[in-house]
Design a protein around this ligand. Structure first.
Ligand code: NAD
Ligand code: ISE
Length: 340
């Protein structure tokens, strides 16, 4: 069965996913596109042979849309996800699930009232081979009980529109999700330290930042977020356990020896670094829907927890304090899937 997908938001990642669903993922077809920029919607729809709809509500209601993909700006996500749940259609939402914890809870409640999981959140790192291998090693017990995690999330540059709170809300959100999953644990407090600032940044920005998280089981996580590191896109993660450690591999790249130096390229951005992860993410999502199953990737509860933790981290940056996250226990409805 072909899963017919309607895409809301045809910007950078919307176009990436339309291309992916059209050219790479078997069993998927993009049948509908909408964007508040009509020209952009028309262009993207043309590449997929899809129809343009005037807005998200019309797209969700369309008969030839079996499932919805939300790739619009964060503050619009809740409206579209709630619209898809009300229509009883599966919905894949790029991160964040919603920009406020209140809106995330509305989604969680609407989905539970529907009685079946419909929502998957676009935390693609859970589909990356390196992170999956790390999770297997940790779960196998080979490195013993995890004690500390050291991480870095570096972007080459960010635009002037990027603000200091986005280091948590937009960037660290990926580590926050993947570490909850990797450790099968919850983040209970967060703190931010600002080291000496780089000169290579926009005036208003606090960059880099060091985030410190504590989990319910007592694991300590340090995360460097450096979004003007200049040299490329670089994601590092190392989990230290009682009996050893496990480290995320760098992406495979040829080593070049010339002119007295040995070098390997560093990728420029997230599109290439996580291309395979995005492919796997959509392959698994589409396969589940085609089989009539619920989605098994990051759930609305995971999206809620991430928004609470990123919000607390942005608050910690402003206040300079350690901020508790106070996330309630996960409802039984979300006991499987997101933490598989
Ligand atoms: P973008 O600005 O390039 O594209 C967003 C598009 O949404 C624009 O074309 C805009 O016109 C459209 N839009 C806004 N409101 C809309 C609405 N109500 N209805 C229809 N269209 C609307 O942004 P982007 O970089 O593509 O990011 C989009 C989302 O994807 C964000 O939530 C972002 O956080 C997320 N994202 C995720 C990753 C990842 O690594 N998983 C990477 C980049 C972006
Ligand atoms: C962007 O929105 C992403 O999600 C990327 O994965 C992340 O590396 C980048 O910092 C964000 O701005």
């Amino acid at each position: 069965m072909t899963v017919r997908i309607g895409v809301i938001g045809a910007g950078w990642i919307g176009q990436e996913h339309i291309r992916r669903l059209t050219e790479t993922i078997a069993g998927a077809q993009v049948t509908a596109v909408t964007d508040i920029d009509a020209e952009r919607a028309a262009q993207a729809a043309k590449t997929a042979g899809a129809q343009v709809h005037p807005d998200g509500a019309a797209l969700i209601a369309a008969d030839d849309v079996d499932a919805v993909l939300v790739t619009s700006w964060g503050p619009t996500h809740a409206e579209h996800v709630l619209g898809a749940i009300a229509a009883g259609k599966p919905v894949f939402c790029e991160k964040p699930l919603a920009t406020t914890s209140e809106d995330c809870l509305k989604i969680v409640e609407a989905e539970q009232a529907h009685g079946r999981r419909l929502v998957q959140v676009g935390f693609m790192r859970r589909f990356d081979q390196g992170y999956r291998q790390m999770k297997d090693v940790i779960a196998s017990g080979r490195i013993g009980t995890p004690l500390i995690v050291h991480c870095a999330h570096r972007n080459a540059t960010v635009p002037a529109s990027y603000t200091s709170d986005m280091a948590a809300l937009d960037t660290a959100v990926h580590e926050i999700d993947v570490l909850r999953w990797l450790l099968d644990d919850e983040i209970v407090s967060t703190q931010v330290i600002a080291p000496r600032a780089t000169a290579n940044k926009h005036e208003h920005l606090t960059d880099p930042q060091i985030m410190l998280f504590e989990t319910a089981k007592g694991v300590r996580i340090d995360l460097e977020v450096f979004v003007n590191c200049r040299y490329g896109y670089d994601i590092q993660c190392e989990t230290v356990g009682e009996e050893g450690l496990v480290r995320l591999p760098d992406p495979a790249a040829v080593g070049v020896r010339t002119a007295g130096a040995h070098s390997t390229a560093v990728l420029p951005d997230w599109t290439g670094r996580f291309a395979d992860a995005f492919d796997t993410e959509f392959r698994e999502w589409v396969a589940n829907l085609a089989a009539g199953n619920e989605p098994t990737g990051p759930s609305a509860w995971d999206g809620y927890a991430a928004t609470v933790i990123t919000g607390a981290t942005a608050e910690a940056l402003t206040s300079g304090r350690i901020v508790p996250t106070d996330i309630p226990n996960r409802p039984a409805f979300y006991a499987t899937g997101g933490h598989q």
